[in-house]
Design a protein around this ligand. Sequence first.
Ligand SMILES: Cc1ncc(COP(=O)(O)O)c(C=O)c1O
Length: 449
Amino acid sequence: MSTTHSDPAAVKAADRAHVFHSWSAQGLIDPLPVAGAEGSYFWDYDGNRYLDFASQLVNTNIGHQHPKVVAAIQEQAGKLCTLAPGFAVDVRSEAARLIAERTPGDLDKIFFTNGGAEAVENAVRMARLHTGRPKVLSTYRSYHGATAAAINLTGDPRRWPSDSGSAGVVHFWGPFLYRSPFHAETEAQECERALAHLEQTIAFEGPQAIAAIILETVPGTAGIMVPPPGYLAGVRELCDRYGIVLIFDEVMAGFGRTGRWFAADHFGVTPDLLTFAKGVNSGYVPLGGVAISAEIAATFDQRPYPGGLTYSGHPLACASAVATINAMAEERIVENAAEIGEKVIGPALREIAERHPSVGEVRGLGVFWALDLVRSKETREPLVPYNAAGADNAPMAEFAAACKRGGLWPFVNMNRTHVVPPCTITEAEAKEGLAALDEALTSADAHTV
Ligand SMILES: Cc1ncc(COP(=O)(O)O)c(C=O)c1O
């Protein structure tokens, strides 16, 4: 018997019986059956509509069910659903061209993957083969994916259960003035000390053993910490000095999220490799990839690249990327993200922070914002402890429930909520979501001291 779309009980029952969910204790979760989605909203079978301030997992940059992208997938499905990576395919060529046209500098060759983690795996492999060195440096406050190298590079506690301790990864502290690991009081101090710390880490690890430094250009899940002026240029300079490959992970920050095509565009710094996924086609069909510099690409001109995927450059995924990028350009969607961030979200969040004792700091750009929730603005003690679970996490769980009661689907991570709606969000929708957020924050205020 097949499950009909109008029977939420059957959807739920089959899910609980047969779907094994990511990152979860399977017996402790209660997935919401979703009936549909459009633009900035999705809804359940009971008529509850949610404004998606999380863009799912920060991937629906173009919103749900964009008609041009849906049509492109349908058209491609009618023409050619799949073809092995070894062939030249019109939509794959065009997707690569459109991406290369937008990536900074000479990152002009594209290796396609099915998602972000695979992009990171392949970027690291390219860096190791290009340099002949084993180690990779990444920051503690980071997320790079859940596969072998990617989870070892990840700084947050999701790494711990999979940490092999032998992956060749060394973690260091990136800049984060609000919770400065360097006791800095200004952005300039934070920048200078973070660069000195990185240089010392390189010196003590041995530069000749370091293949790459991988950074989220603007760290996402770990807290949307926009790097201080000069930091990324300083990292670029260190990489050049020591022959280290610089990888920017733009899986979350890329494709309009920060109000530019790539977050790197804000800083005028070009990495040697850039990983992308999510916003490249808003996840309508799984797609990710690595944009590769001319120099690294040349390493594999005569020598085979020892990596591949059956679905590398999948035609349905590439057709949706072509339609997404073209629609984003035609409809000024990246510009919209910048304008809404600057004129609506940023000012409103700063004003919210003044009124709510639980909001310690607001930071971000474009449609990429974090609210750091605290017990006290003075001590900056996080509203819940690092990696809190169960009762310890209750204040954040209550806050998330309050958002949902108000028709807002929030992004919540540790003691933070992120405001990461689609890049297509209108001013009226943003204001609606910000009002619901404002209201829900009173539940967090109740836990301040
Ligand atoms: C910066 C960054 N890199 C890599 C990944 C992993 O991407 P995926 O989940 O598509 O494997 C993510 C996912 O959130 C991410 O935010």
